[in-house]
Ligand binder design. Structure first.
Ligand SMILES: Nc1ncnc2c1ncn2[C@@H]1O[C@H](COP(=O)(O)OP(=O)(O)O)[C@@H](O)[C@H]1O
Ligand SMILES: Nc1ccn([C@@H]2O[C@H](COP(=O)(O)OP(=O)(O)O)[C@@H](O)[C@H]2O)c(=O)n1
Length: 231
């Protein structure tokens, strides 16, 4: 089966991967908005299917139960970078997918091959439909979902910087606990058999530890513009 996603010739496909707290969502949204591209948060889709499983009595410690239910929820992602949306069976899921409960279970659900097959297909369909081009962010976009992307970026940052950024988002959160949870999720995402978090061989690695968000955005915008000029 071909994995190539066909878009209009002027459309650019950008894949942004990396672990939690490296700045994927903030960077991808800003780059897409600046360049008039669509935006897809693939982590939100894995969170959405996890939320549905938890709401529907699926035992998320059972890969067999998860696999059997994987095709049931209807997940729809809105790709406007200035107001991305996500619904599950028509219900707005943008708030509930960010709870601690979903965050702690999402790696187990996303490791199940049947879940990845369904969500990957959905992601390729959305990318193919983005006539003006798209920025897609996640863990396996450059390696598996869109291996023919025009530009692949792999964002990194030290665990300390990432934990500080994440706990800065939640009032009263414990920095050490946030760091532990983040490292645990990274290990699960990097260690799973099917499509683990990994840098594609042809991805540009950007260490954001010492960079401001603005600097990371400018760096990625420049890389996209260079690709467009070269095309
Ligand atoms: N380079 C950076 N410097 C400081 N804070 C950043 C930087 N990049 C992102 N952030 C902040 O860190 C938090 C996590 O960023 P986010 O884009 O959600 O990361 P990811 O999608 O990789 O998990 C957000 O609050 C964001 O504003
Ligand atoms: N392409 C992707 C994107 C996310 N995921 C899974 O979804 C989870 C949540 O992704 P996210 O991007 O919302 O995570 P944050 O780092 O933003 O908290 C990850 O920890 C992975 O388990 C994945 O498996 N593949």
């Amino acid at each position: 089966m071909s994995t190539a996603v066909e878009t209009a010739s002027s459309a650019v496909i950008v894949a942004i991967d990396g672990p939690s707290g490296t700045g994927k969502s903030s960077t991808s949204k800003a780059v897409a908005a600046k360049l008039g591209l669509s935006y897809l948060d693939t982590g939100a889709q894995y969170r959405a299917i996890t939320w549905w499983m938890l709401n529907n009595g699926i035992d998320v410690t059972s890969p067999a139960e998860i696999a059997t239910a994987a095709a049931k929820p209807v997940i729809v992602s809105g790709t406007d970078p200035t107001g991305p949306t996500i619904t599950v069976d028509g219900e707005d899921a943008s708030g509930p997918i960010r709870t601690q409960e979903v965050t702690s279970q999402v790696s187990a659900v996303s490791a199940v091959p049947e879940v990845r097959t369904i969500i990957t297909e959905l992601q390729r369909t959305i990318a193919a439909g983005a006539r003006g081009g798209i920025v897609v962010e996640g863990r396996d976009i450059g390696t598996t979902v869109l291996p023919d992307a025009d530009l692949k970026i792999f964002l990194t940052a030290s665990p300390e910087a990432r934990a500080a950024r994440r706990s800065g988002e939640v009032k009263g959160s414990d920095l050490a606990a946030t760091r532990e949870a983040l490292i645990k999720r990274d290990a699960a995402d990097s260690g799973r058999k099917t499509s683990p978090l990994a840098k594609a061989d042809d991805a540009v690695e950007v260490d954001t530890t010492e960079l401001t968000l603005q600097q990371v955005i400018e760096c990625v915008v420049t890389l996209v513009e260079e690709k467009r000029t070269a095309a």
